[in-house]
Design a protein around this ligand. Structure first.
Ligand code: C2E
Ligand code: CA
Ligand code: CA
Ligand code: CA
Length: 273
């Protein structure tokens, strides 16, 4: 019956077939994207509670020849499945370090780069970073690597993160509170920064208070870790977070991800102020 064109499974097969074809096509195009210089990095500014610029998160974009500017959700899964995330991740790291070594040198600003599971499992990541950092003489504490919580449970991860920290790279725990987070990990693992997921401050769109966010913030502060809140979309949230004493804010209300030129223009504005 599945062969009958109107059978629900036949429909599924056709859709799945098309999806597979699309994935294959994307993989082919992504393979060429690096060589054709179609990948971009965007920077989303991070501010302290006094409104001073303190750094940025590096976010990957793909200037696709036909589909316009693609966000990571459109192609990072394909990159991960195909293994292309490794060369892409290496490229992104090199670009980020070049920014720190060049236009950002002396600015005191930090860059945070997302690192996927596959990259962290790659034994050469630490060597790559070591080579890049020493070639460019980046002072410790200016490069932050963002990892998601679930990664910390993988065997051998602790040792790997320790090696990164020994290079002067800081570790941020991304999307905190959405995964396996166990408070125990926070104490046992050596991370420098916690990024509180947007979901925790979303209730502030409707309510005056966000008790869960409030208590997590208090806890992270007790541990003495740097706390970044992401997904800040309103002035009300900023007020709340300022009162709670978080360290850094990131979100559309303050600034959207932007091309490096726009971000660097902020430095000139800052110098002129
Ligand atoms: P993430 O690490 O949680 O990054 C934050 C995402 O939230 C970004 O989406 C950013 O544009 C978005 N965002 C920032 N402020 C707001 C806000 O106020 N409201 C809302 N609704 N969204 C906000 P983006 O750039 O689409 O990235 C999505 C995810 O893709 C990232 O989530 C990260 O997991 C992944 N990603 C991005 N760049 C890279 C990369 O270079 N390598 C790897 N492996 N993954 C990356
Ligand atoms: Ca991130
Ligand atoms: Ca995040
Ligand atoms: Ca996320």
């Amino acid at each position: 019956a599945r062969e009958h064109p109107h059978h629900p499974l036949a429909l599924f097969d056709r859709r799945f077939g098309r999806w597979m074809q699309h994935q294959d096509q994307l993989t082919q195009q992504l393979r060429q994207a690096l060589a054709r210089a179609e990948l971009r990095l965007h920077l989303q500014p991070q501010f302290d509670i006094e409104g001073r610029l303190r750094g940025a998160e590096v976010l990957l974009r793909w200037q696709h020849p036909h589909q316009g500017l693609l966000a990571p959700a459109d192609f990072v899964p394909v990159a991960e499945r195909s293994g292309l995330i490794r060369p892409i991740g290496a490229w992104l790291m090199e670009q980020s370090i070049a920014l720190l070594a060049g236009p950002l040198r002396g600015s005191g600003l930090r860059l945070s780069v997302n690192v996927s599971v596959q990259q962290l499992h790659d034994d050469t990541l630490v060597e790559q970073l070591d080579a890049l950092l020493s070639r460019h003489c980046i002072a410790p504490g200016h490069l932050v690597v963002e990892v998601v919580e679930s990664l910390l449970l993988a065997p051998g991860m602790e040792a790997r993160l320790a090696k990164l920290r020994a290079l002067g790279v800081e570790i941020a725990l991304d999307d905190f509170g959405t995964g396996y987070s166990s408070l125990r990990y926070l104490q046992e693992l050596s991370v420098d920064e916690i990024k509180l997921d947007k979901a925790f401050i979303d209730p502030l769109h409707q309510a005056e208070d966000a008790p869960l966010a409030r208590s997590i913030i208090a806890m992270v502060r007790t541990l003495g870790l740097r706390l970044v809140v992401e997904g800040v979309e309103s002035a009300h949230q900023v007020d709340f977070l300022r009162r709670q004493g978080v360290d850094l804010l990131q979100g559309y209300h303050l600034a959207r991800p932007e091309p490096p030129e726009a971000f660097l223009a902020r430095l000139d504005a800052r110098a002129a102020a």
